[in-house]
Design a binder for this molecule. Structure first.
Ligand code: NDP
Ligand code: 8X3
Length: 252
C-alpha cells in the first residue's frame, strides 16, 4: 500500500516541491493551503503525471475549527498518515520592534505557531493510533539566530524549534519520529509575502548570490524521512553555500 504524506502549505514554494517529489516517490498525498484553485491544479497535475492519489483540503491553518473539521471529515483511509510536513508558514514585515505592525505579528504567531499546533494535535493522534509516523517541522535559520528586524518572525521559528524538541520527547514512546528542518535563504514566494506583494524588493533579497531553491529542501526532507526505521535525524540546518549566518551572505 502506498504511503501517505500530509503537506501543509502545498500551494507554493517548499510545500509544492515536496508534493511533486513525494508523488514521484509513490506517496499518496493530502495537500492543504488556502488557495483552493492552486491545490486543485496541483492535484490534477500530480494525479496525471504520477498516478498518485491526492486529497485536497483548502483552509486557513489559523482557523482551529476548520483544521479539525477538514481533517476529521477525511475518509478513514486517509488518516493513516505516514509523514506530516508542517510547512505552512510566513513572515510579514521587516521592521524594528518599536515600529512593527501588530497585525503582522498576530498573523505570524497564529500561522507559524498556533497553526502548526492545531494540525499536529489532530495528526499526532492518528499516528499514535497507527503506531508510527514521522513529523517534519519547517523551522528556519531564524529559529537558530536572530537578525536585525527579524524579531517576531525569528521568535515564531524559535518556537518551532522548541516545539519540535517537545514533540520528539512526547511522541518517541509512540514510535513517532520528529525532525526539524532549518533552511537559510530559499527563493520562493516567501519574500514577496514578507514585503506584502512588493516583487521588486523581494527579488533584491536574492540578488548577487545563489540561494537555495524549494527542490533543495524537498530533497532534504525526503532524505530525512527515508532513513532506516531505527534512525532519526532530529534536526538539520541547510544553507546556501554563499550564506554563513542569517545575515552574513557573500554577494558578488
Ligand atoms: P511560500 O510563501 O512560497 O509558501 C508558503 C505556503 O504556506 C503557501 O503554500 C501558503 O499557502 C501556506 N500558508 C501561509 N499561510 C497560511 C495559512 N494561514 N493557512 C494555510 N496555509 C498557509 O514560502 P516557503 O515555501 O518559502 O515557506 C514554507 C515554510 O518554510 C514556511 O514555514 C517558512 O517560514 C519556511 N522557511 C522558508 C525559508 C525561505 O527562505 N523561503 C527559509 C526557512 C524557512 P496559501 O497562501 O495558499 O494559504
Ligand atoms: C526564512 C529565512 O533568513 O529570511 O526563514 O529568516 S530568513
Amino acid at each position: 500500500m502506498a504511503k501517505i504524506a500530509l503537506i501543509t502549505g502545498a500551494t507554493a514554494g517548499i510545500g509544492e516541491a515536496c508534493a511533486e517529489l513525494f508523488a514521484r516517490e509513490n506517496y499518496n498525498l493530502i495537500l492543504t493551503g488556502r488557495r483552493a484553485d492552486r491545490l486543485e491544479k496541483l492535484a490534477a497535475k500530480l494525479n496525471k503525471k504520477y498516478d498518485t492519489e491526492v486529497a485536497v483540503c483548502a483552509f486557513d491553518v489559523r482557523d482551529r475549527e476548520a483544521v479539525t473539521t477538514n481533517f476529521e471529515n477525511l475518509p478513514a483511509k486517509w488518516k493513516k498518515v505516514d509523514v506530516l510536513i508542517n510547512n505552512a508558514g510566513l513572515s510579514q514585515g521587516l521592521d524594528p520592534i518599536q515600529k512593527g505592525d501588530i497585525d503582522d505579528w498576530d498573523t505570524m504567531i497564529d500561522t507559524n505557531i498556533k497553526g502548526l499546533l492545531y494540525v499536529s494535535r489532530v495528526v499526532s493522534n492518528w499516528m499514535i493510533k497507527n503506531g508510527k509516523g514521522h513529523i517534519v517541522n519547517l523551522g528556519s535559520i531564524a529559529g537558530k539566530e536572530v537578525y536585525p528586524n527579524g524579531n517576531v518572525y525569528c521568535a515564531t521559528k524559535h518556537a518551532v524549534d522548541a516545539l519540535s524538541k517537545g514533540m520528539r520527547i512526547d511522541l518517541v514512546q509512540h514510535g513517532i519520529k520528529v525532525t526539524a528542518i532549518h533552511p537559510g535563504a530559499v527563493e520562493t514566494e516567501f519574500s514577496e509575502v514578507r514585503f506584502h506583494g512588493d516583487k521588486e524588493r523581494a527579488k533584491k533579497v536574492y540578488d548577487g548570490f545563489e540561494p537555495l531553491v524549494a527542490e533543495d529542501i524537498a530533497d532534504t526532507i525526503f532524505f530525512v524521512v527515508s532513513r532506516p526505521k531505527h534512525v532519526n535525524i532530529n534536526e538539520l540546518l541547510i544553507m546556501p553555500a554563499a550564506q554563513a549566518t542569517a545575515s552574513n551572505i557573500v554577494r558578488k
